[in-house]
Design a protein around this ligand. Structure first.
Ligand SMILES: [Zn+2]
Length: 274
């Protein structure tokens, strides 16, 4: 089953990658990505850290961030004072998915993080779904030129955090390349989608995230929240430049047959890929 799935996957990605145009730079019209001011590591006594809709423990819980997770911080905001494992502070960090974690549990370089303002850009978030990266569409789902391209290519730059589009369970973490390793840049002579992750969501929906720059940050069986960092954008496998190849499947396991276009799927959830 696994072999067969993998072979099918290789074939479709090869066809798409070889027939398709080179991945160009992100198009001119792209929503502004939240600028990452600093990265840090969540350090708890072992339990997951709650992510919240606002800077206090009484704000609604939006998800959890596992101990040891690398987080990308956009800005900081004063909120409830927390005595944590790393420091005692009233500052909370806004992450790129617009959720907040207490800085008391974040180990990071002494980088000064800017305070959040009304103009700090927000990622596209709607209900329980969000876009995995904020970046423009550079190649569409199953075009005439790339009929076997079963996802969309989003022109995010190298090392951009790739976020789980919704809550779920990680079901695959794979290096899928026809030759060599996924830890170096790929090219169009290779087959496979490089380092990739699949997340299973309620309703037998599976999302797939390809071409990551290095081994993903998550492991099979791990529960992820919407916005949890799965890994970072790269160009491993059959890829001619850094981007995120993103797929949505309506069935488990994810196959060619159950791949659907992420564009109307996300549109139905209030999110625009363009
Ligand atoms: Zn692609």
């Amino acid at each position: 089953m696994k072999r067969r799935h993998q072979r099918t996957n290789l074939a479709l990605l090869t066809a798409g990658a070889l027939a398709g145009p080179a991945i160009a730079a992100a198009p001119a019209v792209a929503a502004p990505a939240p600028e990452v001011a600093a990265t840090g590591t969540v350090v708890t006594a072992g339990t997951a850290l709650n992510a919240r809709s606002g800077p206090s423990a009484t704000s609604a819980r939006t998800g959890t961030v596992a101990n040891g997770t690398t987080v990308s911080i956009v800005c900081k905001i004063a909120g409830q004072f927390i005595s944590g494992t790393v420091k005692n502070t009233g500052y909370w960090d806004r992450l790129t998915d617009n959720t907040y974690i207490s800085d008391a549990y974040v180990e990071r370089a002494a980088t000064e993080i800017p305070k959040c303002t009304a103009t700090t850009p927000l990622p596209a978030v709607s209900g329980v779904w969000m876009l995995p990266v904020t970046a423009g569409l550079v190649s569409d789902f199953r075009t005439v030129q790339r009929p076997a391209h079963d996802g969309v290519d989003l022109g995010a730059t190298r090392n951009t955090p790739v976020r789980s589009a919704s809550a779920g369970t990680v079901i695959r973490v794979v290096c899928n390349v026809s030759r060599g390793t996924c830890d170096t840049d790929g090219n169009s002579t290779l087959r496979g989608c490089g380092w990739y992750v699949e997340v299973q969501h309620p309703g037998s929906i599976v999302t797939r995230y390809c071409h990551m720059v290095r081994r993903p940050s998550v492991t099979v069986g791990q529960t992820v929240a919407r916005g949890s960092i799965l890994g970072y954008v790269g160009t491993s496998g059959s890829s001619s430049g850094p981007h995120l190849h993103f797929e949505v499947h309506v069935g488990v396991p994810a196959t060619r047959e159950n791949a659907i276009s992420p564009i109307p799927f996300m549109k139905a959830r209030g999110l625009t890929i363009s």
